[in-house]
Design a protein around this ligand. Structure first.
Ligand code: NIG
Ligand code: FE
Length: 391
């Protein structure tokens, strides 16, 4: 039993104070066999064999980071440095990482990936989605997904990240590769398929062809949409019933309507706007229109090299006008919804006991004390985590 919890956020309105975060003050949580068996006020807690005192700290569901690109080699800090001196972000930088990733050994890629997953865990992430997209050959995309699969079941085939240099000027040829031999090689290692639907990458027709081909093979769709400018990505997400449209920085009224009237989650990645010095998405407009919003890091070497969900929560609150409760919901339940998961992201009976113990009395401190390492512990399956595999 985890006792002495100053504030427990269950992530379910059925528990606690009836708010979306389902808050319980002076709480306890009983875990059995790796799963939550009971949550409630500590005075009502059932007897348990062992008792760990949280010392009045706040306990949250582990963060669900539903968008990351962790399989890569190389460093693009010079590109970031140039950006901070005024150069704009360009999707073409992806090709720099593609060259470094192709040249890397399996061991180098695995070591980099393991380090980043451990970094995420230390910051409270207990479920992560990991994309391919820096290989862009049959062998290198399959290799990326096989490595990612060692850390999570939430793996995403992103062969359509950009058209690689060897296919320059031959978009149809590359789409044929992605939907043919590359898809064949990647399907066994992936749950999801994603496309960077953007003027600088793949147009909506190419994205539709690629996503439809993946869906026909049993993959589920998610899309990089409307990041660098207005476009048809969000409309396509609605049309195909994608689980999530990610970025959503430039949205028309019609895009907001699509998101509000569909099951597609809007996944906001404010670390990208921070790291590319761009305008933030209008989270308030989405929330006030009834759109389900998720927050994720987009951890990648180009547009945003943070692995920190607490940092993204602080940005969402300060820069996108989300309340701390909304931001924490989006980083937990919202991320789970973007992955079509109902098990993770909540601390309710039956859910895996994946949780964060904060060195603070309330989750508000995640935004109130930005940049401070407040995650005291991340538990996986009812115990402080030690293994490198996330859910
Ligand atoms: O989500 N938008 C496409 N992909 C990444 C950026 C990748 C890169 O610059 O290397 C993103 O922002
Ligand atoms: Fe991304």
């Amino acid at each position: 039993m985890l006792d002495g919890i100053g504030l427990l956020a269950t992530g379910s309105a059925e528990y606690g104070d009836g708010s979306p975060l389902g808050e319980i003050a002076d709480a306890a949580l009983v875990a059995d066999d790796g799963r939550v068996a009971w949550v409630g006020p500590r005075q009502q807690a059932p007897a348990a064999d062992t008792r760990v005192d949280a010392g009045g700290r706040c306990v949250l569901p582990g963060f669900v980071d539903s968008h990351s690109h962790l399989v890569f080699a190389g460093d693009r800090s010079a590109e970031f440095d140039a950006r901070m001196a005024g150069r704009p972000y360009e999707a073409g930088g992806i090709r720099t990482t593609v060259a470094a990733t192709r040249a890397a050994s399996d061991e180098e890629l695995a070591a980099n990936l393991t380090r980043l997953v451990a970094e995420m865990r230390r910051q409270g992430t207990t479920t992560v989605e990991i994309k391919s997209g820096y290989g862009l050959t049959v062998r290198d995309e399959a290799r990326a997904l096989a490595l990612a699969k060692q850390h999570t079941d939430e793996t995403t085939f992103l062969g359509a990240h950009v058209v690689p240099a060897e296919y320059a000027g031959d978009m149809p040829g590359y789409v044929e590769l992605v939907t043919g031999e590359m898809l064949d090689a990647c399907v066994p290692h992936a749950r999801w398929i994603d496309v960077f639907c953007e003027r600088a990458a793949f147009d909506a027709d190419a994205a539709r062809t690629i996503l439809t081909a993946g869906m026909a093979r049993g993959l589920q769709a998610r899309i990089h949409a409307n990041q660098l400018g207005p476009g048809l990505g969000v409309q396509l997400a609605g049309e195909l019933g994608a689980a999530s449209a990610d970025h959503c920085t430039y949205l028309s009224d019609a895009d907001v309507d699509v998101l509000a009237s569909s099951e597609t989650v809007a996944t906001l990645l404010p670390g990208v706007e921070f790291s590319t010095r761009s305008p933030y998405p209008d989270a308030r407009r989405l929330l006030d229109s009834g759109v389900t919003v998720a927050l994720a890091t987009d951890c990648n070497p180009g547009s945003c090299f943070t692995s920190s969900m607490p940092f993204c929560i602080a940005l969402a609150v300060r820069e996108m006008r989300m309340t701390p409760a909304e931001a924490v919901w989006s980083a937990t339940v919202g991320g789970a919804t973007a992955l079509r998961r109902t098990d993770v992201g909540r601390l309710i009976p039956g859910a895996p006991a994946d949780l964060v113990v904060l060195d603070a009395p309330s989750y508000v401190h995640l935004a109130y004390r930005p940049g401070v390492p407040l995650v005291a512990q991340a538990w996986q399956a009812g115990r402080p985590a030690s293994t490198p595999r996330l859910r």
